[in-house]
Design a protein. Structure first.
Length: 144
């Protein structure tokens, strides 16, 4: 009857639903010599768990002092950010001044072209009078 209870505990153990007391019962059962033949395949596993629980690491681990890489990296990042804000703002202001100058130059050029177009239109009106004069002159020459 005990092997039937152990089988149920094994099922619960592999489903990860056992309590600490049930796991201790399984370890105790598999550490003794009276293990049922069909459950003998689990004996090495539980013996390994018992041995692994008692193992300790005894070597000294040399600890190197941590370098303050992250502190220096954060200081460098802040410096770059401040540099970028300071000179970036200056660059932005220069860019705005250049855009304003370009806009003023564009408006002045537009005015100059408007004046040129106005004068050109006056000149074409005068050429229309010349064309009329030329036609009249040709009529006179052709009749004579």
């Amino acid at each position: 009857m005990e092997s039937h209870n152990i089988e149920k505990l094994l099922e619960k153990y592999f489903e990860a639903t056992t309590t600490k007391a049930e796991e201790e019962t399984l370890r105790d059962y598999f550490s003794k010599d009276g293990v049922a033949a069909h459950l003998a395949q689990y004996t090495p596993m539980f013996q390994y768990f018992s041995n692994a629980k008692e193992e300790r690491f005894t070597k000294q681990v040399p600890l190197k002092p941590r370098k303050n890489f992250y502190r220096w990296a954060s200081i460098a990042a802040v410096a770059v950010l401040a540099f970028g804000v300071y000179f970036g703002n200056d660059y932005r202001e220069k860019k705005l001044e250049e855009q304003e100058k370009a806009l003023i130059a564009y408006n002045e050029t537009k005015k100059a072209f408007a004046l040129l177009a106005e004068n050109f239109n006056r000149g074409t009106e005068k050429v229309a009078y010349l064309n009329e004069f030329e036609e009249t002159k040709q009529k006179i020459y052709n009749h004579n």
